[in-house]
Design a protein around this ligand. Sequence first.
Ligand code: ATP
Ligand code: MG
Length: 571
Amino acid sequence: MLSSQLLIPTLKETPADAETPSHRLMLRAGLIRKVASGLYTWLPLGLMVLRNIETIIREEMEKANAQELLMPVVQPKELWQESGRWEQMGLEMLRMQDRHQRDFCMGPTHEEVITDLFRNEIHSYKQLPCNLYQIQTKFRDEIRPRYGVMRAREFTMKDAYSFDLDQTAFDRTFTGMHAAYTRILERTGVHFRAVEADSGKIGGAKSYEFHVLADSGEDKIAFSDTSDYAANIEKAEAIPPAPSENTNQSITEEKQRVATPNQKSIDSVCKFLKIQKHTALKTLIVESETGLVALVLRGDHELNEIKAQNIAGVSNPLTFADETRINAELGCPVGSLGPVGLEIPIIADHSAAATDNFTCGANENDFHFTGINWNRDVRAFECADLRNVVDGDPSPDGYGRLQLKRGIEVGHIFQLGTLYSAAMKATIQDKEGKALTPIMGCYGMGVTRLVAAVIEQSHDDSGIIWPLSIAPFKVHLLALNYHKSEQVRTAANDIYTACQKAGIKVLLDDRGERPGIKFADADLIGIPLRVTVGDRALADGNIEFQSRREKDKQILPLDSIVTLLKQACSS
Ligand code: ATP
Ligand code: MG
Protein backbone atom coordinates (compact mmCIF):
# COMPACT_ATOMS: atom_id res chain seq x y z
CA MET A 1 0.00 0.00 0.00
CA LEU A 2 1.00 3.61 -0.47
CA SER A 3 1.32 5.90 2.55
CA SER A 4 -0.25 8.71 0.54
CA GLN A 5 -3.44 6.69 0.25
CA LEU A 6 -3.65 5.24 3.73
CA LEU A 7 -5.14 6.99 6.76
CA ILE A 8 -2.30 6.97 9.30
CA PRO A 9 -2.87 10.13 11.33
CA THR A 10 0.34 10.14 13.40
CA LEU A 11 0.71 12.66 16.21
CA LYS A 12 3.92 14.43 17.22
CA GLU A 13 2.65 15.46 20.61
CA THR A 14 2.01 13.02 23.43
CA PRO A 15 -1.73 12.98 24.18
CA ALA A 16 -2.31 14.47 27.60
CA ASP A 17 -4.64 11.90 29.14
CA ALA A 18 -2.78 8.76 28.02
CA GLU A 19 -1.01 7.22 31.02
CA THR A 20 0.62 4.06 29.65
CA PRO A 21 3.13 3.63 26.79
CA SER A 22 0.71 1.49 24.76
CA HIS A 23 -2.13 3.99 25.08
CA ARG A 24 0.15 6.88 24.08
CA LEU A 25 1.64 4.97 21.16
CA MET A 26 -1.67 3.64 19.86
CA LEU A 27 -2.93 7.21 19.65
CA ARG A 28 0.31 8.68 18.32
CA ALA A 29 0.84 5.98 15.68
CA GLY A 30 -2.72 6.45 14.43
CA LEU A 31 -4.03 3.00 15.41
CA ILE A 32 -7.07 4.11 17.41
CA ARG A 33 -9.15 7.18 18.20
CA LYS A 34 -11.39 7.72 21.19
CA VAL A 35 -15.10 8.22 20.57
CA ALA A 36 -16.21 8.39 24.22
CA SER A 37 -14.97 6.92 27.50
CA GLY A 38 -13.96 3.30 26.82
CA LEU A 39 -15.17 3.43 23.20
CA TYR A 40 -12.66 3.48 20.35
CA THR A 41 -12.53 3.52 16.58
CA TRP A 42 -9.90 1.23 15.11
CA LEU A 43 -8.12 2.98 12.25
CA PRO A 44 -6.72 1.05 9.26
CA LEU A 45 -3.24 0.35 10.69
CA GLY A 46 -4.61 -0.79 14.07
CA LEU A 47 -7.24 -2.94 12.43
CA MET A 48 -4.57 -4.70 10.34
CA VAL A 49 -2.80 -5.78 13.55
CA LEU A 50 -6.08 -6.84 15.11
CA ARG A 51 -6.93 -8.93 12.06
CA ASN A 52 -3.48 -10.56 12.07
CA ILE A 53 -3.96 -11.62 15.68
CA GLU A 54 -7.43 -12.91 14.84
CA THR A 55 -5.95 -15.02 12.04
CA ILE A 56 -3.47 -16.61 14.46
CA ILE A 57 -6.31 -17.26 16.90
CA ARG A 58 -8.50 -18.86 14.21
CA GLU A 59 -5.65 -21.12 13.08
CA GLU A 60 -4.94 -22.31 16.61
CA MET A 61 -8.63 -22.74 17.47
CA GLU A 62 -9.04 -24.93 14.41
CA LYS A 63 -6.07 -27.06 15.52
CA ALA A 64 -7.76 -27.42 18.93
CA ASN A 65 -10.96 -28.65 17.18
CA ALA A 66 -12.99 -25.56 18.04
CA GLN A 67 -15.60 -24.43 15.49
CA GLU A 68 -16.35 -20.79 14.83
CA LEU A 69 -19.84 -19.32 15.14
CA LEU A 70 -21.18 -15.86 15.84
CA MET A 71 -23.69 -15.00 18.54
CA PRO A 72 -25.58 -11.70 18.91
CA VAL A 73 -24.24 -8.84 21.00
CA VAL A 74 -27.71 -8.08 22.37
CA GLN A 75 -29.11 -10.79 24.64
CA PRO A 76 -32.55 -11.28 26.23
CA LYS A 77 -33.05 -11.02 30.00
CA GLU A 78 -34.83 -14.40 30.17
CA LEU A 79 -31.62 -16.37 29.49
CA TRP A 80 -29.77 -14.48 32.21
CA GLN A 81 -32.59 -15.10 34.66
CA GLU A 82 -32.23 -18.83 34.06
CA SER A 83 -28.57 -18.78 35.08
CA GLY A 84 -29.34 -16.44 37.97
CA ARG A 85 -26.94 -13.80 36.68
CA TRP A 86 -29.45 -11.08 35.70
CA GLU A 87 -29.41 -10.02 39.36
CA GLN A 88 -25.83 -10.99 40.08
CA MET A 89 -24.05 -9.04 37.33
CA GLY A 90 -24.55 -5.56 38.72
CA LEU A 91 -23.76 -2.32 36.93
CA GLU A 92 -21.08 -3.70 34.61
CA MET A 93 -23.89 -5.16 32.51
CA LEU A 94 -25.53 -2.53 30.34
CA ARG A 95 -29.27 -3.13 30.26
CA MET A 96 -31.87 -1.73 27.92
CA GLN A 97 -35.43 -2.16 26.70
CA ASP A 98 -36.78 -2.51 23.19
CA ARG A 99 -39.88 -0.76 21.88
CA HIS A 100 -42.08 -3.40 23.54
CA GLN A 101 -40.47 -2.77 26.94
CA ARG A 102 -38.72 -6.13 26.87
CA ASP A 103 -35.44 -6.27 28.75
CA PHE A 104 -32.11 -6.97 27.09
CA CYS A 105 -28.43 -6.54 27.84
CA MET A 106 -25.34 -5.83 25.81
CA GLY A 107 -23.54 -9.13 26.19
CA PRO A 108 -20.60 -8.91 28.62
CA THR A 109 -19.99 -12.64 27.95
CA HIS A 110 -21.91 -15.46 26.26
CA GLU A 111 -22.31 -18.51 28.57
CA GLU A 112 -26.10 -18.18 28.62
CA VAL A 113 -26.54 -17.84 24.86
CA ILE A 114 -24.23 -20.75 24.06
CA THR A 115 -25.84 -23.05 26.65
CA ASP A 116 -29.23 -22.20 25.19
CA LEU A 117 -27.95 -23.04 21.72
CA PHE A 118 -26.46 -26.29 22.98
CA ARG A 119 -29.65 -27.48 24.67
CA ASN A 120 -31.68 -26.74 21.56
CA GLU A 121 -29.35 -28.27 18.99
CA ILE A 122 -27.26 -31.01 20.58
CA HIS A 123 -28.90 -34.08 22.02
CA SER A 124 -26.65 -37.10 21.61
CA TYR A 125 -23.38 -38.19 23.21
CA LYS A 126 -22.20 -38.85 19.65
CA GLN A 127 -22.03 -35.10 19.04
CA LEU A 128 -19.53 -34.58 21.89
CA PRO A 129 -16.94 -33.29 22.48
CA CYS A 130 -18.19 -29.99 21.17
CA ASN A 131 -16.14 -26.81 21.32
CA LEU A 132 -17.55 -23.59 19.85
CA TYR A 133 -15.95 -20.15 19.65
CA GLN A 134 -16.52 -16.67 18.31
CA ILE A 135 -14.56 -13.48 17.91
CA GLN A 136 -17.09 -10.90 18.94
CA THR A 137 -17.71 -7.50 20.50
CA LYS A 138 -18.37 -7.47 24.23
CA PHE A 139 -19.70 -4.59 26.28
CA ARG A 140 -18.92 -4.08 29.96
CA ASP A 141 -19.74 -0.81 31.63
CA GLU A 142 -16.40 -0.78 33.46
CA ILE A 143 -16.35 1.47 36.51
CA ARG A 144 -12.97 2.89 35.43
CA PRO A 145 -12.26 2.51 31.72
CA ARG A 146 -8.59 3.36 31.21
CA TYR A 147 -5.35 2.81 29.35
CA GLY A 148 -7.14 3.01 25.98
CA VAL A 149 -8.25 -0.37 24.64
CA MET A 150 -6.59 -2.13 27.58
CA ARG A 151 -9.64 -1.59 29.78
CA ALA A 152 -12.33 -0.41 27.42
CA ARG A 153 -16.09 -0.69 27.69
CA GLU A 154 -16.55 -2.07 24.18
CA PHE A 155 -13.86 -4.57 23.23
CA THR A 156 -13.26 -7.66 21.13
CA MET A 157 -13.02 -11.02 22.82
CA LYS A 158 -12.40 -14.48 21.47
CA ASP A 159 -14.60 -16.65 23.61
CA ALA A 160 -14.87 -20.42 23.34
CA TYR A 161 -17.19 -22.79 25.18
CA SER A 162 -16.66 -26.53 25.40
CA PHE A 163 -19.07 -29.36 26.26
CA ASP A 164 -17.85 -32.82 27.27
CA LEU A 165 -19.42 -36.07 28.40
CA ASP A 166 -17.31 -36.71 31.45
CA GLN A 167 -14.39 -35.36 33.46
CA THR A 168 -11.76 -37.34 31.55
CA ALA A 169 -12.96 -36.00 28.21
CA PHE A 170 -13.18 -32.50 29.65
CA ASP A 171 -9.62 -32.68 30.99
CA ARG A 172 -8.45 -33.51 27.47
CA THR A 173 -10.30 -30.50 26.01
CA PHE A 174 -9.05 -28.18 28.73
CA THR A 175 -5.44 -29.27 28.28
CA GLY A 176 -5.83 -28.76 24.52
CA MET A 177 -7.15 -25.24 24.98
CA HIS A 178 -4.40 -24.40 27.48
CA ALA A 179 -1.90 -25.51 24.84
CA ALA A 180 -3.70 -23.50 22.13
CA TYR A 181 -3.50 -20.36 24.27
CA THR A 182 0.19 -20.97 24.79
CA ARG A 183 0.74 -21.28 21.03
CA ILE A 184 -1.30 -18.17 20.22
CA LEU A 185 0.71 -16.06 22.65
CA GLU A 186 4.01 -17.54 21.51
CA ARG A 187 3.10 -16.69 17.93
CA THR A 188 2.20 -13.10 18.82
CA GLY A 189 5.70 -12.76 20.25
CA VAL A 190 4.93 -11.81 23.86
CA HIS A 191 6.55 -12.97 27.11
CA PHE A 192 3.76 -14.42 29.20
CA ARG A 193 2.91 -16.73 32.08
CA ALA A 194 -0.13 -18.88 32.80
CA VAL A 195 -1.16 -18.45 36.44
CA GLU A 196 -3.80 -19.84 38.78
CA ALA A 197 -6.67 -17.41 39.20
CA ASP A 198 -9.93 -16.67 40.96
CA SER A 199 -13.02 -17.60 38.93
CA GLY A 200 -15.01 -14.47 39.81
CA LYS A 201 -18.54 -14.00 38.50
CA ILE A 202 -18.15 -16.59 35.74
CA GLY A 203 -17.98 -19.22 38.50
CA GLY A 204 -16.73 -22.79 38.36
CA ALA A 205 -13.85 -24.69 39.91
CA LYS A 206 -10.39 -23.95 38.60
CA SER A 207 -9.23 -21.21 36.32
CA TYR A 208 -6.00 -20.02 34.77
CA GLU A 209 -5.12 -16.59 33.50
CA PHE A 210 -2.58 -15.83 30.82
CA HIS A 211 -0.57 -12.74 31.68
CA VAL A 212 1.69 -10.68 29.48
CA LEU A 213 4.43 -9.47 31.83
CA ALA A 214 4.69 -5.67 31.90
CA ASP A 215 5.33 -3.01 34.55
CA SER A 216 2.14 -1.20 33.64
CA GLY A 217 0.00 -4.34 34.17
CA GLU A 218 -3.04 -3.87 36.40
CA ASP A 219 -2.64 -7.31 37.99
CA LYS A 220 0.00 -8.55 40.38
CA ILE A 221 1.16 -12.10 39.97
CA ALA A 222 3.15 -14.20 42.41
CA PHE A 223 5.81 -16.67 41.26
CA SER A 224 7.85 -19.15 43.22
CA ASP A 225 11.58 -18.59 42.83
CA THR A 226 12.20 -22.35 42.72
CA SER A 227 9.11 -24.13 41.37
CA ASP A 228 6.52 -23.65 38.58
CA TYR A 229 3.99 -22.21 41.00
CA ALA A 230 2.42 -18.99 39.67
CA ALA A 231 -0.85 -17.36 40.70
CA ASN A 232 -2.67 -14.08 40.50
CA ILE A 233 -2.25 -12.26 43.81
CA GLU A 234 -6.07 -12.38 44.07
CA LYS A 235 -5.69 -16.13 44.43
CA ALA A 236 -2.17 -16.79 45.80
CA GLU A 237 -2.55 -18.37 49.21
CA ALA A 238 -0.70 -16.88 52.15
CA ILE A 239 0.56 -19.84 54.17
CA PRO A 240 -0.20 -19.46 57.91
CA PRO A 241 2.99 -18.92 59.91
CA ALA A 242 4.42 -22.15 61.38
CA PRO A 243 3.62 -22.73 65.10
CA SER A 244 7.21 -21.83 65.99
CA GLU A 245 6.66 -18.39 64.47
CA ASN A 246 3.46 -18.04 66.43
CA THR A 247 4.10 -15.94 69.48
CA ASN A 248 0.67 -16.76 70.89
CA GLN A 249 2.16 -18.68 73.78
CA SER A 250 4.51 -15.89 74.78
CA ILE A 251 2.42 -13.39 76.63
CA THR A 252 5.02 -10.95 77.81
CA GLU A 253 3.29 -7.60 77.86
CA GLU A 254 0.56 -6.05 79.96
CA LYS A 255 -2.47 -4.56 78.24
CA GLN A 256 -2.28 -0.78 78.33
CA ARG A 257 -4.64 1.95 77.15
CA VAL A 258 -2.68 4.78 75.56
CA ALA A 259 -3.80 8.14 74.27
CA THR A 260 -3.34 8.62 70.51
CA PRO A 261 -4.86 12.05 69.89
CA ASN A 262 -5.92 12.57 66.25
CA GLN A 263 -4.03 9.46 65.06
CA LYS A 264 -6.48 7.70 62.75
CA SER A 265 -4.44 5.65 60.31
CA ILE A 266 -2.08 2.74 60.94
CA ASP A 267 0.80 4.84 59.59
CA SER A 268 0.16 7.77 61.89
CA VAL A 269 -0.49 5.60 64.97
CA CYS A 270 2.76 3.67 64.39
CA LYS A 271 4.74 6.88 63.92
CA PHE A 272 3.17 8.44 66.99
CA LEU A 273 3.85 5.39 69.20
CA LYS A 274 7.24 4.73 67.53
CA ILE A 275 6.39 1.11 66.75
CA GLN A 276 6.78 -1.01 63.63
CA LYS A 277 3.76 -1.59 61.41
CA HIS A 278 3.79 -5.37 61.73
CA THR A 279 3.22 -5.07 65.48
CA ALA A 280 0.02 -3.05 65.03
CA LEU A 281 -3.23 -4.61 63.82
CA LYS A 282 -5.85 -2.87 61.73
CA THR A 283 -9.57 -3.63 61.89
CA LEU A 284 -11.87 -3.25 58.89
CA ILE A 285 -15.63 -3.54 59.18
CA VAL A 286 -17.52 -5.18 56.33
CA GLU A 287 -21.08 -6.26 55.74
CA SER A 288 -22.29 -9.86 55.88
CA GLU A 289 -25.60 -11.73 55.63
CA THR A 290 -26.03 -11.51 59.41
CA GLY A 291 -24.77 -7.99 60.11
CA LEU A 292 -21.34 -6.45 60.49
CA VAL A 293 -18.11 -8.46 60.61
CA ALA A 294 -14.63 -7.31 61.66
CA LEU A 295 -11.62 -8.29 59.56
CA VAL A 296 -8.30 -7.95 61.36
CA LEU A 297 -4.95 -7.74 59.57
CA ARG A 298 -1.39 -6.85 60.41
CA GLY A 299 -0.64 -3.17 59.81
CA ASP A 300 1.92 -3.96 57.11
CA HIS A 301 -0.41 -6.31 55.20
CA GLU A 302 -3.02 -5.49 52.55
CA LEU A 303 -6.55 -6.88 52.62
CA ASN A 304 -7.28 -9.23 49.70
CA GLU A 305 -10.86 -8.36 48.87
CA ILE A 306 -11.41 -11.46 46.74
CA LYS A 307 -10.38 -13.80 49.54
CA ALA A 308 -12.58 -11.87 51.99
CA GLN A 309 -15.68 -11.94 49.79
CA ASN A 310 -15.19 -15.66 49.14
CA ILE A 311 -15.67 -16.39 52.88
CA ALA A 312 -19.15 -17.85 53.46
CA GLY A 313 -21.60 -15.22 54.67
CA VAL A 314 -19.42 -12.19 53.88
CA SER A 315 -21.08 -9.92 51.33
CA ASN A 316 -19.96 -10.55 47.76
CA PRO A 317 -18.90 -8.15 46.31
CA LEU A 318 -17.16 -7.07 49.49
CA THR A 319 -18.92 -4.04 50.99
CA PHE A 320 -17.25 -1.88 53.62
CA ALA A 321 -19.64 -0.64 56.29
CA ASP A 322 -20.09 3.12 56.14
CA GLU A 323 -18.96 5.34 58.97
CA THR A 324 -22.45 6.23 60.19
CA ARG A 325 -23.37 2.57 60.58
CA ILE A 326 -20.10 1.76 62.35
CA ASN A 327 -20.64 4.66 64.74
CA ALA A 328 -24.24 3.67 65.39
CA GLU A 329 -23.71 -0.08 65.85
CA LEU A 330 -20.24 -0.22 67.41
CA GLY A 331 -20.27 3.12 69.16
CA CYS A 332 -16.81 3.94 67.96
CA PRO A 333 -15.19 5.95 65.16
CA VAL A 334 -13.39 4.20 62.30
CA GLY A 335 -9.87 5.38 63.25
CA SER A 336 -9.82 3.63 66.64
CA LEU A 337 -11.30 0.20 65.95
CA GLY A 338 -9.84 -2.96 67.43
CA PRO A 339 -10.84 -6.55 68.29
CA VAL A 340 -10.84 -6.08 72.08
CA GLY A 341 -14.39 -5.97 73.39
CA LEU A 342 -15.93 -5.95 69.93
CA GLU A 343 -19.37 -7.56 69.96
CA ILE A 344 -19.50 -8.63 66.30
CA PRO A 345 -17.90 -11.70 64.67
CA ILE A 346 -14.13 -11.26 64.22
CA ILE A 347 -12.10 -12.88 61.45
CA ALA A 348 -8.35 -12.51 61.89
CA ASP A 349 -5.89 -13.07 59.09
CA HIS A 350 -3.52 -15.96 59.95
CA SER A 351 -0.53 -13.63 60.29
CA ALA A 352 -2.49 -11.21 62.47
CA ALA A 353 -3.63 -14.12 64.63
CA ALA A 354 0.00 -15.19 65.01
CA THR A 355 0.98 -11.76 66.31
CA ASP A 356 0.88 -11.12 70.04
CA ASN A 357 1.72 -8.20 72.25
CA PHE A 358 0.17 -6.08 69.53
CA THR A 359 -1.23 -2.58 69.28
CA CYS A 360 -4.80 -1.94 68.10
CA GLY A 361 -7.61 0.57 68.38
CA ALA A 362 -9.36 0.71 71.77
CA ASN A 363 -12.82 1.25 70.24
CA GLU A 364 -12.75 4.66 71.82
CA ASN A 365 -11.93 7.90 70.06
CA ASP A 366 -8.22 8.86 70.30
CA PHE A 367 -7.16 5.76 72.28
CA HIS A 368 -5.32 2.58 71.38
CA PHE A 369 -4.33 -0.52 73.33
CA THR A 370 -0.80 -1.86 73.43
CA GLY A 371 0.40 -5.26 74.68
CA ILE A 372 -2.72 -7.08 73.49
CA ASN A 373 -2.81 -10.87 73.39
CA TRP A 374 -5.42 -12.75 71.44
CA ASN A 375 -6.25 -15.50 73.89
CA ARG A 376 -6.14 -13.31 76.97
CA ASP A 377 -7.83 -10.16 75.64
CA VAL A 378 -10.12 -11.02 72.74
CA ARG A 379 -13.49 -12.65 73.29
CA ALA A 380 -13.66 -14.99 70.27
CA PHE A 381 -12.31 -14.97 66.77
CA GLU A 382 -11.87 -17.11 63.68
CA CYS A 383 -8.84 -17.30 61.45
CA ALA A 384 -8.72 -17.10 57.66
CA ASP A 385 -6.44 -16.16 54.82
CA LEU A 386 -7.38 -12.53 54.25
CA ARG A 387 -4.26 -10.86 52.96
CA ASN A 388 -2.29 -10.38 49.79
CA VAL A 389 0.94 -12.33 49.70
CA VAL A 390 4.10 -10.23 49.79
CA ASP A 391 7.57 -10.67 48.32
CA GLY A 392 9.42 -13.38 50.23
CA ASP A 393 6.35 -15.26 51.52
CA PRO A 394 6.74 -19.05 51.29
CA SER A 395 5.34 -20.49 48.05
CA PRO A 396 2.04 -22.35 48.73
CA ASP A 397 3.32 -25.46 46.94
CA GLY A 398 6.05 -25.76 49.58
CA TYR A 399 8.93 -24.94 47.23
CA GLY A 400 10.79 -21.65 47.45
CA ARG A 401 9.67 -18.11 48.11
CA LEU A 402 7.26 -15.88 46.22
CA GLN A 403 8.25 -12.97 44.02
CA LEU A 404 5.72 -10.46 42.75
CA LYS A 405 5.55 -9.08 39.21
CA ARG A 406 3.00 -7.12 37.22
CA GLY A 407 0.99 -8.63 34.41
CA ILE A 408 -1.69 -7.80 31.86
CA GLU A 409 -4.41 -10.44 31.76
CA VAL A 410 -4.94 -11.32 28.11
CA GLY A 411 -6.63 -14.68 28.56
CA HIS A 412 -8.67 -16.54 31.15
CA ILE A 413 -9.77 -20.17 30.91
CA PHE A 414 -12.31 -21.67 33.30
CA GLN A 415 -13.45 -25.10 34.35
CA LEU A 416 -17.17 -24.53 34.71
CA GLY A 417 -18.28 -28.06 35.57
CA THR A 418 -22.08 -28.25 35.24
CA LEU A 419 -22.73 -24.76 36.62
CA TYR A 420 -24.50 -23.46 33.52
CA SER A 421 -25.57 -26.75 31.91
CA ALA A 422 -27.40 -27.76 35.10
CA ALA A 423 -28.94 -24.32 35.76
CA MET A 424 -30.19 -24.11 32.17
CA LYS A 425 -31.16 -27.79 31.95
CA ALA A 426 -28.92 -28.66 29.02
CA THR A 427 -28.75 -32.45 28.83
CA ILE A 428 -27.64 -35.09 26.35
CA GLN A 429 -28.47 -38.75 26.01
CA ASP A 430 -25.70 -41.22 26.76
CA LYS A 431 -25.30 -44.67 25.10
CA GLU A 432 -28.10 -46.13 27.22
CA GLY A 433 -30.44 -43.25 26.49
CA LYS A 434 -29.97 -41.77 29.97
CA ALA A 435 -29.88 -37.98 30.35
CA LEU A 436 -26.43 -36.59 31.20
CA THR A 437 -25.45 -33.03 32.08
CA PRO A 438 -22.40 -32.05 30.04
CA ILE A 439 -19.28 -30.63 31.64
CA MET A 440 -18.41 -27.18 30.36
CA GLY A 441 -15.31 -25.05 29.98
CA CYS A 442 -15.04 -21.47 28.82
CA TYR A 443 -12.03 -19.75 27.36
CA GLY A 444 -11.74 -15.99 26.93
CA MET A 445 -9.03 -14.01 25.21
CA GLY A 446 -8.99 -10.22 25.00
CA VAL A 447 -8.09 -9.64 21.37
CA THR A 448 -8.09 -5.85 21.47
CA ARG A 449 -6.30 -5.88 24.84
CA LEU A 450 -3.67 -8.17 23.39
CA VAL A 451 -2.74 -5.54 20.78
CA ALA A 452 -2.06 -3.05 23.59
CA ALA A 453 -0.20 -5.68 25.63
CA VAL A 454 2.15 -6.44 22.74
CA ILE A 455 3.02 -2.73 22.47
CA GLU A 456 3.47 -2.49 26.22
CA GLN A 457 6.22 -5.09 25.93
CA SER A 458 7.62 -4.11 22.57
CA HIS A 459 8.41 -0.43 22.14
CA ASP A 460 11.20 2.10 22.67
CA ASP A 461 11.35 5.87 23.10
CA SER A 462 10.67 6.45 19.41
CA GLY A 463 7.69 4.16 18.95
CA ILE A 464 6.24 0.71 18.51
CA ILE A 465 8.33 -2.34 17.54
CA TRP A 466 5.91 -4.85 15.99
CA PRO A 467 6.79 -8.53 16.09
CA LEU A 468 6.95 -9.73 12.46
CA SER A 469 4.06 -12.17 12.97
CA ILE A 470 1.42 -9.52 13.65
CA ALA A 471 2.90 -6.36 12.09
CA PRO A 472 0.51 -4.35 9.89
CA PHE A 473 3.15 -4.45 7.15
CA LYS A 474 6.33 -6.47 7.14
CA VAL A 475 8.37 -3.99 5.09
CA HIS A 476 8.45 -0.21 5.22
CA LEU A 477 9.92 1.26 2.09
CA LEU A 478 11.07 4.82 2.68
CA ALA A 479 11.58 6.60 -0.61
CA LEU A 480 13.43 9.86 0.04
CA ASN A 481 12.82 12.63 -2.48
CA TYR A 482 10.34 10.32 -4.26
CA HIS A 483 8.60 13.08 -6.14
CA LYS A 484 11.73 14.78 -7.46
CA SER A 485 14.18 11.95 -8.12
CA GLU A 486 13.44 9.73 -11.07
CA GLN A 487 15.97 7.11 -9.98
CA VAL A 488 14.58 6.91 -6.43
CA ARG A 489 11.07 6.54 -7.79
CA THR A 490 12.07 3.78 -10.19
CA ALA A 491 14.08 1.83 -7.61
CA ALA A 492 11.41 2.17 -4.90
CA ASN A 493 8.61 1.18 -7.27
CA ASP A 494 10.60 -1.86 -8.42
CA ILE A 495 11.19 -3.08 -4.85
CA TYR A 496 7.54 -2.38 -4.03
CA THR A 497 6.28 -4.44 -6.97
CA ALA A 498 8.74 -7.27 -6.29
CA CYS A 499 7.61 -7.46 -2.64
CA GLN A 500 3.97 -7.56 -3.66
CA LYS A 501 4.71 -10.31 -6.15
CA ALA A 502 6.47 -12.27 -3.41
CA GLY A 503 3.42 -11.88 -1.13
CA ILE A 504 5.27 -9.61 1.30
CA LYS A 505 3.02 -6.92 2.78
CA VAL A 506 4.81 -3.65 2.09
CA LEU A 507 4.10 0.01 2.81
CA LEU A 508 5.75 2.51 0.46
CA ASP A 509 6.21 5.96 1.94
CA ASP A 510 5.62 7.93 -1.26
CA ARG A 511 4.70 11.14 0.53
CA GLY A 512 6.42 14.40 -0.30
CA GLU A 513 7.58 14.75 3.33
CA ARG A 514 11.10 15.58 4.54
CA PRO A 515 13.33 12.56 5.38
CA GLY A 516 13.24 13.50 9.09
CA ILE A 517 9.47 13.19 9.16
CA LYS A 518 9.52 9.90 7.25
CA PHE A 519 12.07 8.40 9.67
CA ALA A 520 10.19 9.62 12.75
CA ASP A 521 6.89 8.23 11.46
CA ALA A 522 8.57 4.93 10.54
CA ASP A 523 9.99 4.62 14.07
CA LEU A 524 6.60 5.48 15.52
CA ILE A 525 4.51 2.98 13.56
CA GLY A 526 7.12 0.29 14.07
CA ILE A 527 7.09 -1.82 10.91
CA PRO A 528 9.80 -4.47 11.51
CA LEU A 529 11.89 -4.26 8.29
CA ARG A 530 12.89 -0.93 6.79
CA VAL A 531 14.39 -0.23 3.39
CA THR A 532 15.49 3.32 2.66
CA VAL A 533 15.94 4.36 -0.95
CA GLY A 534 17.86 7.61 -1.40
CA ASP A 535 19.87 9.30 -4.15
CA ARG A 536 23.22 9.09 -2.35
CA ALA A 537 23.33 5.29 -1.86
CA LEU A 538 21.63 4.68 -5.18
CA ALA A 539 24.50 6.44 -6.98
CA ASP A 540 26.61 3.41 -5.94
CA GLY A 541 23.80 0.95 -6.70
CA ASN A 542 22.95 0.55 -3.01
CA ILE A 543 20.07 0.90 -0.60
CA GLU A 544 19.91 0.99 3.20
CA PHE A 545 18.39 -1.83 5.24
CA GLN A 546 17.52 -1.68 8.91
CA SER A 547 15.44 -3.71 11.31
CA ARG A 548 13.21 -1.69 13.65
CA ARG A 549 14.42 -3.64 16.66
CA GLU A 550 18.20 -3.64 16.15
CA LYS A 551 18.52 -0.28 14.46
CA ASP A 552 22.02 -0.83 12.98
CA LYS A 553 21.99 0.08 9.31
CA GLN A 554 23.35 -2.06 6.50
CA ILE A 555 24.26 -0.74 3.06
CA LEU A 556 23.34 -3.44 0.56
CA PRO A 557 23.33 -3.78 -3.21
CA LEU A 558 19.96 -2.86 -4.65
CA ASP A 559 19.57 -6.18 -6.45
CA SER A 560 20.04 -8.24 -3.25
CA ILE A 561 17.28 -6.64 -1.20
CA VAL A 562 14.22 -8.59 -2.33
CA THR A 563 15.92 -11.95 -1.65
CA LEU A 564 16.92 -10.71 1.80
CA LEU A 565 13.38 -9.51 2.55
CA LYS A 566 11.93 -12.84 1.44
CA GLN A 567 14.32 -14.65 3.77
CA ALA A 568 13.58 -12.32 6.69
CA CYS A 569 9.81 -12.74 6.23
CA SER A 570 9.90 -16.51 6.00
CA SER A 571 12.13 -17.11 9.03
P1 ATP B 1 -10.33 -8.11 34.26
O1 ATP B 1 -9.94 -8.76 35.55
O2 ATP B 1 -9.17 -7.50 33.53
O3 ATP B 1 -11.52 -7.20 34.38
P2 ATP B 1 -12.02 -10.27 33.59
O4 ATP B 1 -11.63 -11.30 34.56
O5 ATP B 1 -13.23 -9.45 33.83
O6 ATP B 1 -10.79 -9.30 33.31
P3 ATP B 1 -12.85 -12.24 31.63
O7 ATP B 1 -14.28 -12.12 31.97
O8 ATP B 1 -12.12 -13.44 32.01
O9 ATP B 1 -12.09 -10.92 32.15
O10 ATP B 1 -12.69 -11.93 30.07
C1 ATP B 1 -11.76 -12.60 29.23
C2 ATP B 1 -10.72 -11.64 28.68
O11 ATP B 1 -11.31 -10.47 28.10
C3 ATP B 1 -9.78 -11.10 29.73
O12 ATP B 1 -8.75 -12.02 29.99
C4 ATP B 1 -9.27 -9.84 29.08
O13 ATP B 1 -8.17 -10.13 28.24
C5 ATP B 1 -10.42 -9.39 28.23
N1 ATP B 1 -11.12 -8.25 28.88
C6 ATP B 1 -11.91 -8.29 29.96
N2 ATP B 1 -12.37 -7.06 30.26
C7 ATP B 1 -11.85 -6.22 29.33
C8 ATP B 1 -11.97 -4.81 29.09
N3 ATP B 1 -12.71 -4.05 29.87
N4 ATP B 1 -11.29 -4.29 28.04
C9 ATP B 1 -10.55 -5.07 27.24
N5 ATP B 1 -10.40 -6.40 27.41
C10 ATP B 1 -11.05 -6.97 28.44
MG1 MG C 1 -13.49 -7.52 34.53
